[in-house]
Design a protein around this ligand. Structure first.
Ligand code: UD1
Length: 373
């Protein structure tokens, strides 16, 4: 019985934290399984501690690999756990390889699949996450969405509307809950050994990790050269994802970031990142979650991608899609520095109560007779 909740990679942790808390609060029996997709202290343990996520009941310890290897290994190791635990449902969040792998195993065993953050679409199948999103939603029995556009996407793919529930954004539950605990920028810089003091509003934050931006030498070179130009006007703080760090070394691009106004940082904890973003003049990113967090914080965001699966952050929030062209990026930065950028408003149901809405709905659903055998 109960709900088996699955996490694997960094962006899953801030989504599962409020869900586990809401389940505990409303008496929904739940266990937590970690696939081990992310395993470094800085990418993993730190988030559990900072966000008060219970220790996982099970860790599959899969680690890194190609997509096929990683996905297959998660599936192989997940199956016997599912057989042993026999949960009423498996809950997956987001769009990482752990999400699709566990959803696929559960669906074929006749265990109900619950997807939190369903229906987001970039319409770009070259993005591994898009494939994970489309397939996970096809396998899901209950689909909880963060923005209304998701239901339209799901309807187009033939998903029964009675399985779709708009509940809002659990990641923003975490943001609102933790904002008072955000680590001040000065503390984060001191910890990283950065001696320059950067006043609130006096710096930008940069994050890059998507394969489409960092695995292709000409693109990464152009992006980093553009960042060097931006740094002339606004110092940048650049927490480095392990993938990006490896590519910069591999392509010999260290020179482009060895600028006194680009401060390299190790991967940051959640509370540190929250502090950096809250007080930033602007954020440049190719992350999915950061597009939403900057909208919730009201901080201008430039998304270094051609598309977004989170259109509400552009339509209502502070996000601007700038791609990877130097001209587009510099023009938008100039506009933000001159005018302050888009003010934006808070999207519907990004109010800190999304996980409670899920728990309330799920409590009723779990009382229904088993939909599947
Ligand atoms: C994964 C997710 C991506 C998410 C990102 C956030 C998929 C398909 N991608 O991408 O959606 O935005 O996490 O970080 O699931 N590595 C470490 N330490 C770790 C984990 C990874 O050094 O703890 C390095 C390894 O060299 C590894 C590489 O990072 O090969 C990539 O890790 P992987 O989990 O495959 O994908 P991410 O790029 O992190």
């Amino acid at each position: 019985g109960g709900v088996l909740c699955v996490v694997g990679a960094r962006p899953n942790f801030m989504k599962i934290a409020p869900i586990m808390a809401a389940f505990a609060e409303s008496g929904i029996p739940a266990r937590l399984l970690h696939t081990g997709q992310h395993y470094d202290e800085a990418m993993n343990q730190r988030f559990f501690a900072d966000l008060g996520i219970p220790e996982p009941d099970i860790n599959l310890e899969v680690g890194s690999g190609s997509h096929a290897q990683q996905t297959a290994e998660i599936m192989r190791r997940f199956e016997p756990v599912l057989d042993a635990l026999r949960p009423r449902a498996v809950l997956v969040v987001g769009d990482v390889n752990s999400t699709i792998a566990c959803a696929l195993v559960a669906a074929k065993k006749g265990v109900a699949v619950i997807h939190v953050e369903a229906g987001l679409r970039s319409f770009d199948r070259s993005m591994p996450e898009e494939i994970n999103r489309v397939l996970t939603d096809q396998l899901s029995d209950l689909l909880y969405t963060t923005e209304r556009s998701a239901a339209t996407n799901l309807a187009r793919e033939g998903i029964d509307p009675s399985h779709i529930h708009f509940v809002g954004n659990v990641m923003i539950d975490t943001l609102r809950h933790n904002l008072p605990r955000a680590v001040p920028v000065a503390v984060t810089l001191a910890t990283a050994g950065v001696t320059d003091s950067l006043a609130p509003g006096g710096y930008g934050v940069l994050t890059l990790h998507r394969p489409s931006n960092v695995d292709h030498a000409p693109t990464l070179t152009r992006l980093l050269a553009t960042m060097k130009e931006i740094a002339l006007q606004l110092p940048l703080l650049f927490p480095l994802h392990p993938r990006t760090r490896a590519r910069i070394r591999e392509f010999g691009l260290e020179k482009l970031i060895s600028d006194s106004r680009i401060h390299l940082l190790p991967p940051q904890g959640y509370l540190e990142m929250l502090g950096l973003m809250r007080d930033a003049r602007l954020v440049l990113t190719d992350s999915g979650g950061i597009q939403e967090e900057t909208t919730a914080l009201g901080v201008p965001c430039l998304t270094l991608r051609e598309n977004t699966e989170r259109p509400i952050t552009v339509e209502e929030g502070t996000n601007t899609l700038v791609g990877s062209s130097r001209e587009a990026i510099l023009a938008t930065v100039a506009d933000i520095l001159a005018t302050g950028g888009k003010a934006g408003r808070l999207p519907e149901y990004w109010d800190g109560q999304a996980a409670r809405r899920i728990a309330a709905h799920l409590s009723g659903w779990l009382k229904l007779p088993c939909a599947r055998t």
